[in-house]
Design a protein around this ligand. Structure first.
Ligand code: SAM
Length: 259
């Protein structure tokens, strides 16, 4: 692996560092040996990217995205699945049913770095693409149903960029589901308080009170469900339970839309 520290964007380091450290904990709730391998290769101290709340949030979202994806894949076992803004994430191996066709899509520079640590697999292909332009979609196989996961991506977009992305998805695929990580208005305004992102140069984009605000940007969408990460985080610790009370309107959510 010829990966170097500068190859990894700081915001992508956060989920990687957390998934790597959770993997080696006793009774690990998620196991991601690829993340562990990448962090070990970098050989740098990433503890500042792994504070308590972010750790619990990334574990919760990994579990929640996985369960939601599995549910949809049970319903649509031949679906075309896209991890849009995939970074170093490996959802395919968590949810593969032996039939889906999967694409890991990210900006060209990120895909170039991903290729240093991943290889294309049977039915799982990496592709240069953007959440803001649909040029790459012509290279995908046609499918009746498309499932798009965007974890840790839309939080960094402006409202105009979110609209561009939603319009692009509905223009490009006849039917689909979007699993979207959403963040709050509070974080939009006070992102410098986020316990891990404050250690990066990233800033948060447009935040929402409810995923229903997406419907104004793209009327072809139907709002299917929305769950706060607190639902998962409060299962594991007193601090998680307390945060579910004080951080009720602050924590990120997983929203599902269809069209
Ligand atoms: C915080 S990382 C999240 C990575 C991954 N989804 C995860 O949860 O581990 C954000 C990712 O979004 C990607 N990204 C940013 N702008 C994008 C765009 N316009 N189109 C596609 N990906 C984008 C970045 O390159 C980066 O890999």
């Amino acid at each position: 692996m010829d990966l170097k520290f500068g190859d990894v964007q700081e915001t992508a380091l956060i989920p990687l560092a957390i998934k790597a450290s959770e993997t080696v904990r006793p009774n690990a709730r998620i196991k991601d040996y690829k993340a562990k391998e990448i962090i070990d290769t970098l050989g740098v101290d990433v503890s500042k990217f792994d504070p308590f709340l972010s750790h619990e949030g990334v574990v919760a979202r990994t579990i929640m995205f996985r369960e939601e994806l599995k549910k949809l894949i049970r319903k649509y076992p031949d679906a075309l699945c896209i991890n849009l803004g995939c970074g170093f994430d490996d959802k395919f191996s968590q949810v593969d049913n032996g039939k889906i066709t999967w694409f890991d899509v990210d900006l060209p520079d990120q895909i170039a770095v991903r290729r240093k640590v991943y290889q294309d697999r049977d039915r799982c292909t990496m592709l240069d693409g953007s959440a803001l332009e649909g040029y790459w979609i012509k290279d995908l196989p046609k499918s009746e149903m498309t499932i798009v996961a965007m974890e840790g991506v839309l939080e960094y977009f402006s409202k105009t960029q979110v609209k561009t992305c939603l319009n692009m998805l509905c223009d490009s695929f006849p039917h689909g589901y979007l699993l979207a990580e959403l963040h709050s208005r509070f974080l939009e305004k006070h992102g410098s308080h986020h316990d891990a992102v404050k250690n990066t140069n990233a800033t948060f984009g447009w935040g929402t009170r409810s995923g229903r605000e997406y419907l104004e940007l793209e009327p072809r969408l139907t709002y299917v469900s929305e769950r706060n990460y607190n639902e998962e985080m409060k299962k594991y610790s007193i601090r998680g339970k307390l945060f579910a009370i004080v951080g009720r309107n602050i924590n990120n959510r997983l929203a599902v839309f269809s069209w």
